[in-house]
Design a protein around this ligand. Structure first.
Ligand code: NDP
Ligand code: 2IT
Length: 451
């Protein structure tokens, strides 16, 4: 076959920008991956020939739908829901659902694109997808949440399935919402199958899934530090977020001998110089999943802490930082502050929390930097194990799952080394994760031919 003309990186990105106007988050996520991939495939004709990156950066499909529900006063409310099925070359589509007013097509396309690489990195057979709605769960009653979830699933059910697409939780979607959606799926289809993960233990959920993302991120951090002859013992950690990922990351830091001095929510951050105890973390979990109130109430419960309204925690002196709230919550200035204050490692619990400028600053400073698609993959990995358990209609014990999570995170770390280790011994985890995630998906796509 004759060698075809190839676009270069800038021409490729110009095309992505032209085809996806105003989708800034999606373009950002593609740019961050494409830079490494273009360099890697420069001398690999087959990846050009099959237009692999061009195809991964075009979702298989974007499904968008209306979600009508009735609030407690009887008003009819209308939201927009989506499922972005990015790529199913290595397994059924898999990825979370996000309910947050900021959700739009760009955000879900970026998340589905990232998920494709992340899921590949886990070594498990899962494709990449993401979905959600521009629904704000804050201040809604249990009944309103239930009616919304049921209405959302009444459309989503026709696009998902245990061997087709398996959604899970993300921002604003936890055990409660998964329960309502699973109940509705079962009611509509009359089938009890593993169509969602993150389910309750009584109806097919997996032990360790709740903790997996935060714990996994800290295992990844530990692997990074150990690779440099260091560890978490005695390290001071600054964490953003106060949700599923942040609280479990805090808990694991504590278990491994570190000290956690901050958590944050959308209203501000808490600085507790004495360090958080398990009791304090349990209070935060309760406050966010049961009371559903502000993190600022921490001050009423525990002495010695301060609340910084409307601010983020990156100015607090630390050894390690874990952004675990949302995308683009850490910019170039934040990154410079962290480095000036002596931070030696940043491990992303959220998806794309560091913007492109922030990543550049970390890269130039040569600190350990773990991109979310590698370091927060523990959640979807245990989701993959939940799918395996559902398929064999068995439940594995906690020790087995904890072991599997630890070894999957170690496997991801080692896959990053394979493509990211430099001659001077330092590791570019971003490059490592991008390339290792890409290769498996790309080779599967080549095997299928032009589809
Ligand atoms: P939760 O809904 O449990 O918690 C989210 C936390 O982040 C809350 O404290 C919330 O504040 C804060 N937050 C959300 N949006 C914003 C915003 N726009 N600005 C400031 N703060 C914000 O979500 P998760 O912990 O599940 O998810 C956190 C991140 O981790 C996301 O990026 C998600 O995609 C990623 N992730 C989650 C996984 C999982 O298994 N759950 C797996 C892998 C990645 P408030 O309480 O005020 O709402
Ligand atoms: O971003 C993510 O990896 C998740 N929200 C978890 C997805 C999943 O399918 O468990």
């Amino acid at each position: 076959m004759a060698v075809k003309d190839h676009v270069n990186f800038e021409q490729f990105m110009a095309g992505v920008e032209r085809r996806n106007p105003h989708q800034t988050e999606f373009v950002q996520a593609v740019r961050e991956v494409a830079e490494d991939i273009f360099e890697f495939i420069a001398d690999k004709e087959k990846y050009h020939e099959f237009q692999i990156l061009r195809r991964i950066a075009e979702p298989d499909r974007v499904i968008s739908f209306r979600v009508c529900w009735e609030d407690d006063k009887g008003n009819i409310r209308v939201q927009r829901g989506w499922r972005v099925q990015n790529n199913n070359s290595i397994g059924p589509y898999k990825g979370g659902l996000r309910f947050h007013p900021s959700v739009n097509e760009s955000v879900l396309k970026f998340l589905a694109f990232e998920q494709t690489f992340k899921n590949s990195l886990t070594g498990l057979p899962m494709g990449g997808a993401k979905g959600g709605a521009n629904f704000n769960p804050k201040g809604k009653s249990e009944h309103e949440i239930m009616r919304f979830c049921q209405s959302f699933m009444t459309e989503l059910y026709r696009h998902v399935g245990a061997d087709v697409d398996v959604p899970a939780g993300d921002i604003g979607v936890g055990a409660r919402e998964i329960g309502f959606m699973f109940g509705q799926y079962k009611r509509i289809t009359n089938q009890f199958t593993g169509v969602l993960t993150g389910k309750g233990l009584e109806y097919g959920g997996s032990l360790v899934r709740t903790e997996a993302t935060g714990y996994g991120a800290v295992y990844f951090l530990d692997n990074m530090l150990k690779h440099r002859g260091n560890d978490i013992v005695g390290k001071t950690a600054v964490i953003s977020g106060a949700g599923n990922v942040a609280t479990h990351a805090a808990e694991k830091i504590l278990q491994l001998g570190g000290k956690v001095v901050t958590l944050s929510d959308s209203q501000g951050f808490i600085h507790d110089p004495d360090g958080m105890t398990q009791e304090k973390i349990d209070w935060v979990k309760h406050q966010k999943t049961v009371v559903r109130g502000s993190l600022s109430d921490y001050l009423k419960e525990f002495k010695g802490a301060r609340w910084y309204a409307g601010d983020r925690p990156w100015g607090v002196t630390c050894d390690v930082a874990l952004p675990c709230a949302t995308q683009n919550e850490l910019n170039g200035n934040d990154a410079r502050k962290l480095i000036e204050n002596g931070c030696i490692a940043v491990c992303e619990g959220a998806n794309m929390p560091t913007d492109l400028d922030g990543m550049r600053v970390f890269k130039e400073a040569g600190i350990c930097f773990a991109p979310g698609k590698a370091s927060n993959a523990g959640g979807v990995a245990v989701s993959g194990l939940e799918m395996s358990q559902n398929s064999e209609r068995l439940s594995w014990d906690e020790a087995t799952l904890q072991d599997r999570l630890r070894s999957i995170m170690r496997g991801i770390h080692d896959r990053c080394l394979e493509y990211g280790e430099k001659e001077d011994g330092t590791v570019d985890y971003v490059r490592g994760a991008n390339i290792a995630g890409f290769v498996k998906v790309a080779d599967a796509m080549i095997a299928y031919g032009v589809v």
